[in-house]
Every structure is written in C-alpha cells, then in structure tokens.
Design a protein around this ligand. Structure first.
Ligand SMILES: [Cu+2]
Length: 483
C-alpha cells in the first residue's frame, strides 16, 4: 500500500486537530514515554541525528554538507514514520479512526507555498490537545517566542525553494566553492570532516534557514529532532527533492552508500541510497498541493549554463575575521585576476562565479540570520536586492566548532554569476569589492492575519530569545571564485 504525505496547512484548514495530527501528537507522547535506550523512543530517534552520548553506527549519524544529506534524511524519516504508524495502529478506538490507523503518513510543512504557510501550524502551538486539558506534546517551549505564538513567521527568504529548484546539477566537486542542488561529493560527512565540503543550495535555504528561525532546539544538531516540527520540516525538504526533477547521481559511491537504522520493532536495518531514490519503493508519495507561488520566482533565472570541467579558482578574499553581532557589517574583499585554467581558456569571462562565506564559528547559534550582499551601495535598502548573494544561518554551529578546531566552522557557497555580470556591465567590478551582512529577524505577522492560537502562553523562551538574538559569531573569510 502506498501512503500519501499531505501538506500540514491543508490538514489544519480542513479541521482543527485533524485526525492525522491528533494521532501524531499521541504517538509523540508515547515515544517520549519510552526509555532512551529503546531505538523506537523519542530520545533515541533524536540521538540518531546527533549526540555526544554513546555514538555508534546508529547514533550521531546525520549527514550534512554532503551529497548524502538528502538520501540519509529520507531514510531517517522513513523509519521514523514506520515507528509512528505502528504506534498509531495501536491507539484505542475513540482516539483514532480506521482510515488514519491504516494510512497514517508524516505530513510536511509546505512553507514555500504561500504567506499563510510560513506560520508555524496551529497544532504545534495549541497549549492542549482537543480535550482542552492534556498538554499538547507537539508544542515545546524551546522555540522562539514569536514563532510559538504565531505572531512571527518565516521570511520569504527563509522559506523559498526557488534558488534550490533552479540548480541544474545534484552534486558539486568538494572544491569549497561550487554549488549544486544536493551538496558536495564527499565521503560520509557528519559535521565538517571533509574540509572543503559545502552544503547544497537546498541545505542552506530553506533547510538551514528554517532550522535557525524556529528556535533553540531546532538550531542545534543534537536537539533538532526533539522538536516535533523537525520531522515535518524535513518532509518538506524531501518533498522539494521529489519536485526538483533534475538527475540524481548515478555514481556507485552515492548509490551504494549504506545507512543503519531500526524499524518499528527496534530491529536493525540497513538501507542504501539507491533503495531510497524513489519514494514509491519506500511506500509513500506526496499529495499534489499544486504549484508553488513565490515572489522570488519571477526574479530567478534558472542556472542553465553548463558547469565547466576546469576547477574553480580563488581570486578574491577578505583579510581578517569579521564579527557579526547583530548589526549591519561591511568588509573589503581584495579581488585579483585568475592565473589558473581560466587565464588560458578561450573565453575570457568565467562561466560561473561563486562567493563563499567560510569558517563561521560561534559558541551558540544566534536567533537571527544574515543576508549577504556584494558591493551594495552603502546603506541604501532600496537597491539591496539587486546585490543579494544569499542568506547564512547557524544551524549546527556549536557542533562544527566543537568538531575540529583548525578548520571548524560552517561554510557556505553561492553562485553569483548573474550578479557578477551585472556589476561588470555597470562598470562596478574591480579589485576592491565590498561584502556586507545585514541581520534578518523573523517576519511579524500582520495583526489581522493572526489566529491567536497559543499566543497567550507566557514562556521563558521569550527572554532567552532576546539574549540570543545577536550572539556574536565570527566569519573567518569571504572568498570569490571564478570557474
Ligand atoms: Cu535538518
């Protein structure tokens, strides 16, 4: 039987406490009650992603900054879904109907589908279950206060899948610069074992942006899956992979990579990327929630240019560490001319140009993110979008800094070919460029669009969010590469 994963807001709009979400809440409650050593428990499932406590071949295994990001997380979600469905099947009559019992599927949070969908869904904000008494297992305090109250939401820039869907190749060489849909070609990569690995465009936005925006648990590798929305967020990332339509890797190194999990009975099981390549072989599909609108859509031209064979070459970089502490910050980038393969290539202009933000370190992830701009005129917000490079977020910054002290830190790469062309055409590309970072907070939901669900819940998170907002992080370098 093939089950159908449905968009969570379409469930919410059908009825409050839709049976699928009510059943999910009860299953989360059951998993939380299981002991941490039980592979089907809530705590064990989170440890599968990341933990410092007894890592083994099942625990502390999440794949990031790598072409295994999508395949590993697809398998992870699949086994989690089996565990939840097994619990749902055994829920008492009165709590669940037969249809939900047989066909329970993990919903996905389709935040890239419209303004309303960028709000955390009501079932994750309700203080109590539908009985009005039982505390709601889907609401946790470890989220940013506004997100948990429905008074703030993800920004368009957090939620958009347009840049990811515009990528034409799945993977890029581990050169620290070139971008792709699904991540750099690396060996299995948990944090930053592959020093020049960069996340795929999809892993940066919406993936990392949404992690950063939702709140403290979601911002850390060790705790993200303890937030019940984690699983719906990753189901949307998985859904975007199915919508991408580009060719997946055919390399045996990708297809044959094995991942270890447990099934609903707690029995060890092994999957390969090849086995998870089609969702139908795992027994699920996504509903057709229709086309994805987005104000960015019209502005994006697909990157249809080929990726040249020659390696990307670093031609520009900043001199010193840049500290981001909540304010707009600018730094000079000294740019030279290529001396490598491009200098002797027939065509004078690079086929692709990349900007990288490297070695981003900090003891804790700030709740704000930053948008990166190249050579934007000073303090002129009206033209900023013309110079937009991309967003950076801090999901996992604690763990990456901890993992390796020499080259710890997050690394981001953005394709800036179009921006480079525009700056050149305008006569503004030169040997002294400026990079700027502007802080971005969650978007305030207009009062007339609020539903007030959970808004009256005073929580400690509010004060904590304020403190964290501008927690300083250091950027080791900004680089400019041509290819
Ligand atoms: Cu994630």
């Amino acid at each position: 039987m093939t089950i159908v994963r449905r968009e969570v807001w379409s469930l919410e709009n059908e009825q409050a406490w839709h049976p699928i979400l009510h059943a999910y809440a009860l299953a989360v409650q059951e998993m939380r009650a299981r002991p941490a050593h039980d592979p089907t428990s809530w705590r064990y499932q989170a440890a599968v992603h990341a933990t410092t406590d007894r890592p083994d071949k099942f625990r502390n295994q999440c794949q990031h900054n790598s072409w295994f990001f999508l395949s590993w997380h697809r398998a992870y979600l699949h086994y989690f879904e089996l565990i939840v469905r097994d619990i749902v099947k055994k829920l008492p009559d009165g709590e669940v109907d037969d249809e939900t019992r047989e066909g329970w599927a993990l919903p996905y949070w389709g935040y890239d589908r419209g303004d309303a969908q960028r709000v955390l869904p009501p079932s994750f904000r309700q203080p109590t279950l539908r009985d009005g008494v039982t505390p709601n297992p889907l609401r946790i305090a470890q989220r940013d206060a506004g997100i948990n109250a429905g008074t703030t939401r993800l920004t368009v820039g957090d939620a958009s899948s347009v840049a990811a869907l515009a990528e034409t190749v799945f993977t890029s060489p581990p050169d620290g610069a070139s971008t792709a849909f699904g991540g750099a070609k690396t060996p299995p990569n948990h944090f930053r074992e592959s020093q020049l690995a960069v996340p795929g465009t999809l892993e940066i936005v919406p993936h990392g942006q949404v992690h950063n925006r939702v709140g403290p648990f979601m911002r850390s590798f060790d705790t993200a899956p303890l937030d019940p929305i984690f699983w719906l967020h990753h189901a949307n990332i998985d859904n975007i992979w199915t919508r991408w339509g580009g060719p997946d890797p055919t390399d045996t190194a990708w297809l044959d990579q094995t991942f270890d999990f447990h099934d609903a009975n707690g029995t060890p099981t092994t999957s390969t990327a090849e086995e998870v390549r089609e969702t139908t072989s795992l027994g699920y599909l996504y509903d057709d929630a229709g086309p994805v609108p987005g104000p960015l859509e019209a502005d994006m031209s697909p990157h249809e240019r080929d990726v040249p064979d020659r390696p990307a070459e670093l031609i520009g970089e900043t001199a010193d560490d840049i500290t981001l502490a909540g304010n707009a910050t600018r730094a000079a980038v000294a740019v030279g001319t290529p001396s490598g393969p491009l200098s002797t290539a027939e065509e004078a202009a690079p086929t692709r140009v990349y900007l990288t933000v490297d070695d981003v370190r900090g003891p804790v992830a700030p709740s704000i993110t930053y948008n990166v701009y190249l050579h934007a005129p000073d303090q002129d917000p009206t033209t900023e979008d013309d110079f937009f490079v991309g967003p950076i977020n801090f999901f996992g910054v604690e763990q990456t800094a901890r993992a390796d002290t020499d080259h710890g830190g997050l690394r981001f790469a953005f394709d800036i070919t179009d921006l480079y062309q525009r700056l050149r055409d305008a006569g503004r590309w030169g040997d002294e460029m400026t990079v700027s970072f502007l802080p971005v907070e969650a978007e305030t939901v207009p009062p007339d669009q609020r539903d007030d669900i959970g808004a009256d819940q005073a929580e400690v998170a509010e004060a904590a969010t304020e403190d964290l907002a501008s927690a300083p992080v250091d950027v080791g370098r900004v680089g400019v590469y041509v290819q």
